[in-house]
Design a protein around this ligand. Structure first.
Ligand SMILES: C[S@@+](CC[C@H](N)C(=O)[O-])C[C@H]1O[C@@H](n2cnc3c(N)ncnc32)[C@H](O)[C@@H]1O
Length: 502
């Protein structure tokens, strides 16, 4: 029979797991934590209090590894997110090879490598593309879970792990052994595996200028925000200037680091370390929601583009203002930059006056991301698209991961007749902030004009779900003066045109 543990003890256990392993567990996972705590107490033959005290004092040898086996997700497979491997093969590796022409060695870290499929996929992909045989490719792969490292070293896999592996790669690098597939020694020899904790400031693992490329994919999503930011800071330190970082598809550096350029090739996003000093995080706008406005569908139908529809807006923003300004929230939040009055004019669609007021912004605030974003939105709303683009680029030079700037750029690109460029900018905004509804809706509208029904259906379905929860201040700034209900109605109407019942 299991020893009972109290809610306080489980809470303490959760805090220790976050502190030492970096892992976050939501309230819904406290049942799992309680079971693991009980199992580990039993295995160590300790009651709860001594177990927690010794865990806290790091006196239980091998315990973090044992906890990793219980608490981490080791899902992985060969050639996962293959677009990223192609981006490395075609662009990143040749560029890093030029940077390392003297050293003639490229150093890659697979951080959170699980059972080795990621590191081995890198080795298989890059083996043939090194400049010449005198070059060395050094791949270091680390994971907290000792069982994963043992499996990686065995290099023996079930067929399921090769579900995304091409027949040519399978034939070249694997041989059948029983029901499993065993990896060729040449690839095994290219990778070094170690048990390491990414959540520790390990001076050997995180030496300065140690890696050309770091893969840390599908790891940070399980971390607390604080631990994720600390790991990214270590990765930044250990990457060569101009080195590259690859995260999982569902992960971004947005809100974690300003030390990277965002790169987008091969249909995938990744990051390149810059040498500039990190910028402070942007303050968030906050505002209460409002719900007034005309039927947007008619306006959008009549307008050439979404930016035209925004330009044709009339009274909408004024109506919103009357409600929102009575809350006082916008003016209050923006007070430090004295943007309240300009925002108020924006909300009244007095764009020229708002822009004029922003000319008077003191020089020390002129580089503030909030100031630049509002200026870009104002310029876009008043039809000055080239100037709006210019301001967006200035903002992105300061804060490259600013999803709002990418969205305004998407509007500008559409206005300039560059549909592909508009879609790229929307994709960047979505990648950087998957909760941002407007670029989804805009992508849907772009697709509608191109007659791409499947994309319309997909994007409008996403937009509909996101709009329900979209931040009110963001709707105010980016919603083109349309309120939540009107934007939702537009999405539903577009979906109905595609034959969806909503
Ligand atoms: C979902 S797998 C990702 C595997 C591979 N990177 C991929 O994308 O396919 C996450 C891995 O991160 C490892 N991990 C979690 N916390 C860690 C930590 N603090 N230090 C090192 N590895 C950790 C887990 O053990 C697990 O193997």
């Amino acid at each position: 029979m299991k020893t009972a543990v109290s809610a306080t003890q489980v809470e303490r256990f959760r805090a220790l797991v976050a502190r030492y392993l970096g892992l976050k567990f939501e309230d819904s996972k406290t049942g799992l934590l309680a079971e693991v705590l009980q199992r580990r107490m039993e295995w160590n033959a300790l009651p709860a209090e001594p177990y927690l005290a010794r865990l806290e004092a790091r006196q239980l040898r091998g315990e973090f590894g044992a906890l990793a086996q219980e608490l981490t997700v080791g899902e992985t497979y060969f050639f996962r997110n293959i677009d990223q491997l192609h981006a490395v093969r075609d662009g990143v590796l040749p560029e890093r090879a030029r940077a390392q022409a003297t050293r003639r060695c490229l150093r890659i870290l697979s951080a959170g490598c699980a059972s080795g499929e990621e590191a081995y996929s890198i080795a298989m992909t890059l083996r043939d593309v090194l400049p010449d045989p005198s070059w060395q490719l050094w791949i270091r792969a680390v994971d907290l879970n000792p069982a994963m490292i043992a499996k990686a070293l065995q290099a023996r896999y079930a067929g399921w792990a090769l579900r995304e592996t091409s027949p040519a790669m399978q034939q070249r690098w694997f041989r059948q052994k029983g029901r499993d597939l065993v990896l060729d020694d040449a690839i095994r020899a290219a990778v070094t595996f170690e048990e390491r904790n990414l959540n520790e400031d390990d001076p050997e693992l995180w030496q300065a200028d140690a890696y050309d490329i770091v893969f840390c994919r599908n790891v940070l999503m399980y971390f607390t925000a604080q631990s994720a930011a600390a790991v990214v800071a270590r990765i930044t330190r250990s990457l060569a200037p101009g080195g590259y970082l690859f995260l999982g598809h569902a992960e971004t550096l947005h809100g974690l680091s300003q030390a990277f350029h965002l790169r987008h090739t091969h249909g995938t996003f990744y990051y390149q370390r810059k040498d500039g000093v990190a910028q402070p995080e942007r303050a968030c706008l906050q505002q209460d929601d409002v719900a007034v406005g005309p039927a947007l569908t008619a306006v959008v139908e009549g307008a050439g583009t979404w930016i035209d529809a925004i330009g044709e807006s009339s009274k909408r923003i004024r109506e919103l203002t009357q409600v929102t300004m009575s809350t006082g929230a916008a003016a209050g939040v923006l007070e430090p930059w004295h943007l309240g009055p300009a925002l108020e004019l924006f909300q009244q669609e007095r764009f020229a006056e708002a822009l004029g007021m922003m000319q008077a912004v003191p020089p020390e605030s002129a580089r503030d991301p909030d100031v630049l974003l509002l200026r870009a939105v104002l310029l876009a709303h008043s039809g000055q698209l080239a100037q709006a683009e210019d301001v967006c680029h200035r903002l992105l030079a300061l804060d490259e991961l600013n999803a709002g700037a990418h969205y305004v750029l998407a509007l500008c690109r559409e206005g300039a007749g560059d549909r592909r460029g508009a879609a790229d900018q929307d994709q960047a905004a979505i990648y950087l902030d998957p909760t941002f509804a407007m670029p989804r809706m805009h992508l849907g509208l772009l697709a509608r004009r191109a007659g791409e029904r499947e994309t319309v259906r997909n994007e409008m379905t996403h937009a509909l779900a996101l709009l329900e929860r979209e931040d009110a201040s963001r709707l105010l700034l980016f919603g083109g003066g349309f309120n939540r209900e009107t934007l939702l109605a537009l999405c539903r109407a577009e979906l109905q045109v595609c034959g969806e019942s909503v």
